[in-house]
Design a protein around this ligand. Structure first.
Ligand code: HEC
Length: 497
């Protein structure tokens, strides 16, 4: 089982989630229900309640009671009965009847959860009594999930955190001098040598799951908000007009178009995997919707959309020629896909458990995959007729789950770094299939790893916010907690017997 990485299980997220839930769902509604000024708005007040409590069963897929309510038009068509809303007459509206019912017709169904709060029902009733109007400018066919997403505003990151941030992504800047870390609704930039925080870049995405620099120095980030939205965005991390945020120059990567340059895609749930082709012309991204999209960097357009896995995509990498993709999935397989012929060349089943990460040797001869089984498997990725899929080596130093692989495209000194649940980063020679170094010192599961462009440094990021930068010889360059303002409690070392 993977902890914390894709779900909001940590204490911080729970507290933060509650605060957010209060802001989003409780405060505006109570304000309105208590007779605050202005009529009730469908999209701002009513639709969020329906989304949270009803859409799960009344979306286009499930359509329970033949009722679909994710567009205004369909909501007003009604289900097996007629329009559930009688404008101006809440007492005659089926919608209010089912919400107020104590019997088996109650919605949500008795066995599916609690009734809505009185405040919430009163608010919907008030909106109906006010004429059940659709907000101006909103199309009757508009996808309400999308409309609510567009209206959602990300919170400003805390000046200073009481709880550490889970780290899913790290990347070295092209000059090898700084490390960018994915935080909570922000990217943070740290000096690799000193571990000093130099910049905060606020982002719409709650989490950065993977990121990589393009050859032109811009940063591509894949991420999202669990269960709500996922995106791939391109940033200029050095642009913008910095403002002070807890003593750190900070820029607005949400609204400032000089900082957030381009949004390649926005989907309904997190994007978890990202890769840039060797020539920097293509970006591949995949996530919970099981789709891998390949974008042309210049146009920003989707060139390919590959739906090949039965479950979440957790890792993706290009073949060196950019004509193929390797992918890792929660469906327990890694796959090799030919983008030109648009066909699957290989399904690699050996892990028999979640595959978190994939990469390739720089000559494209071997694919490497790793996952919950703790092994990094090296398999033939060429020679379609004969040897494809044949395992050449299995590297098993981690013993526990391996979450991420990073490779350095230096043919002379082949180098792959892996990050795992054993709290280590390990370096390997992927051609020989041999271990090179074990980089220790992090004290939680390591979800993120990166190799510097010059191949000299390795950074690992852990679930408790810790980041460590090593030289490839294993010596520590810097070690810090990449959570702004967070002071980790002092650990008292108990001597080993
Ligand atoms: C767990 C699934 C589930 C959830 C959640 C749920 N419903 Fe339903 N809903 C159903 C089912 C099943 C029916 C059909 C019941 C029947 O026909 O006896 C239904 C029927 C209805 C109907 C009657 C439709 C018609 O025309 O017959 C309305 C109105 C309705 N739901 C509103 C809501 C609202 C409002 C919410 C959220 C507060 C909600 N439902 C949440 C499962 C659900």
């Amino acid at each position: 089982m993977i902890r914390n990485r894709f779900s909001c299980a940590c204490i911080f997220c729970a507290v933060f989630g509650l605060a957010l839930a209060w802001l989003l769902f409780v405060s505006p509604q109570t304000a309105n229900a208590q007779g605050a000024k202005g009529p009730v708005s469908f999209i701002n007040d009513v639709a969020p309640i329906l989304q949270k409590n009803c859409f799960a069963c009344h979306d286009a897929k499930k359509k329970k009671g033949k009722l679909e309510m994710t567009t205004w038009e369909n909501l007003r068509k009604g289900g097996s009965k007629d329009d559930p809303i009688s404008a101006g007459k809440s007492k005659e509206s089926l919608l209010i009847e089912v919400l107020r019912s104590m019997g088996k017709e109650r919605m949500p169904p008795l066995d599916a959860g609690d009734a809505l709060k009185k405040d919430q029902i009163d608010l919907i009733a008030k909106w109906i009594d006010e004429g059940a109007k659709l907000d101006k400018g909103l199309d009757v066919k508009a996808d309400l999930v999308r409309e609510l997403r567009v209206r959602w505003n990300p919170p400003l990151p805390f000046v200073s955190y009481k709880f550490p941030t889970l780290i899913n992504a790290v990347a070295f800047t092209p000059d090898n001098k700084r490390v960018v870390v994915g935080g909570n609704h922000e990217l943070t930039v740290w000096d690799a040598a000193t571990g000093k925080l130099s910049r905060r870049i606020f982002t719409r995405a709650e989490r950065a799951h993977q990121m990589q620099f393009l050859p032109d120095g811009k940063l591509v980030v894949a991420g999202g908000r669990p269960g709500q939205e996922g995106d791939v965005r391109i940033y200029n991390i050095d642009a913008g007009t910095p403002k002070d945020h807890g003593g750190v120059p900070s820029v607005d990567g949400v609204n400032d178009k000089a900082v957030m340059l381009k949004e390649l895609v926005q989907v309904d749930d997190s994007i978890l995997a990202l890769a840039v082709s060797k020539d920097g012309k293509k970006i591949a991204a995949g996530g919970t919707d099981r789709m891998v999209r390949v974008f042309d960097v210049d146009t920003g357009k989707v060139e390919h959309a590959v739906e090949n896995h039965a479950d979440w995509i957790l890792g993706v990498a290009f073949t060196p020629d950019g004509k193929g993709l390797v992918t890792a999935s929660r469906d327990k397989t890694a796959k090799l896909w030919d983008l030109v012929a648009k066909e699957s060349l290989l399904t690699f089943p050996d892990h028999q458990n979640t595959v978190y990460a994939v990469t390739m040797t720089s000559d494209g001869v071997f694919g490497l995959s790793a996952g919950e089984d703790g092994a990094i498997r090296i398999w033939q990725a060429t020679d379609k007729a004969k040897a494809i899929g044949k395992v050449s080596k299995s590297m098993t130093g981690h013993a526990k789950a391996v979450f991420r692989l990073a490779s350095h495209a230096d043919a002379k000194n082949p180098l792959v770094a892996s990050a795992g649940a054993d709290m280590t980063v390990r370096l390997w020679n992927p051609v020989a299939g041999t271990p090179l170094k074990t980089l220790a010192g992090l004290t939680e599961w390591v979800y993120a790893v990166a190799i510097s462009p010059d191949g000299q440094l390795v950074a690992g990021g852990a679930a408790n916010g810790e980041v460590r930068v090593w030289k490839t010889d294993g010596s520590v360059v810097s070690s810090f907690n990449a959570t702004p303002g967070f002071v980790a409690p002092k650990v008292v070392e108990t001597p080993k017997k």
